[in-house]
Design a protein around this ligand. Sequence first.
Ligand code: GLV
Ligand code: MN
Ligand code: MN
Length: 421
Amino acid sequence: MSALAKHRFDAVNKLQIDQPRLLSRISALGEVGAIDGGGVCRLALTDADRDGRDLVVCWMKELGLAVSVDGIGNVVGVRAGREDLAPVMTGSHIDTVRTGGRYDGNLGVLAGLEVIASLNDAHIVTKRPLAVAFFTNEEGARFAPDMMGSQVYQGDLALEHALDTVGIDGTSVRENLQRIGYAGEAPVGNNHVHAFVELHVEQGPVLEHEGITIGAVTGVQGIHWTELTVEGVSNHAGTTPMALRHDAGFVAMRIAAFAREVAAEMGKGQLATVGQINLTPNLINVIPNRAVFTLDLRNTDADALKKAVDKVFAFAFQVAEEEGVKLTHRPLADFDPVAFDERIVARVESLAKEQGHSVRRMPSGAGHDAQMLARMCPAGMIFVPSVAGLSHNVKEFTHAVDIGAGANLLLSLMTELAEQP
Ligand code: GLV
Ligand code: MN
Ligand code: MN
């Protein structure tokens, strides 16, 4: 090692992130779209999302990053390296569900900015460029599928198809991107990234329950989303004999309950959620003529997930026939389980130990942008504990000390990856 390289190595090794600065950015971004209870509502491509984007872009520019916005509204800030090579990227998302917390996604983006700020302060330039990204519509709560921006960035989801997506309020991704001023010019689908690492809150109870600080994420479970529509006949609740009903609401509720039974019967690893259900006309004394609801099924085992999907659908058509109603369905998302790069998983684990933290390997239950980036480059994730395992909840919280541990690990891992040939 040359004297200069040794000096740089020592400087990087001693480097720590500025925890109060990171926390203050998390608080400031948490004020944008703040809702009662300490949470945030920044559904993708709403005015609140735009305001959050504007703030993060402003920070990116203050840190000297070269900011670009692509056709799906992904924002990437790049810090030049000593050599003009593919960057080491970190990032996540800043859109939230309607009743989201301050950490889901936001932590990963702001920790990325904190890595950049710390390197700036120490005047350290890595060999490879570093990039911090926030991807459009990771949540999928307004426009399905989730991880939309990162999948377009990676190239498997066509830009035009994504732009044409119509959301829960009947408006399209395209019109909303234009409205908020984030329909960018940067090309999508042919990007080069050396490696991608995402810091995220666990969003589940495992780390806290086991008293462990760092999760070395091995992969992400498979996700299946469908929207189902049941069409029956509205009629009087007091005059229509039970045997003569074509009750769309009843059929939807039976399918929802059955999905849960399938998960219980299949046991550990199978999850089933009906998170959205809309009945028409939704009145106390009218049999619903229409029910539209969503089904979210997940499993780390692709074959088991397929089995669960098949079981629920077989039951759904059977019960629809029994009730004399029409059942149609629309696929919203279908992602196979993803395994992260073993070298990155192992390095998260060993770095955590070197930095004095307890660590365990674990799969992710939630979807993440890293699972899309994993299709194009070595990728991995770092989890930090979620208090009470709460997420997609305004009470989502992660202790400052854990945020600091995760961000320092991200700093070490990124700077290490950025010296790779
Ligand atoms: C998206 O982030 C999901 O896991 O639902
Ligand atoms: Mn997230
Ligand atoms: Mn989320």
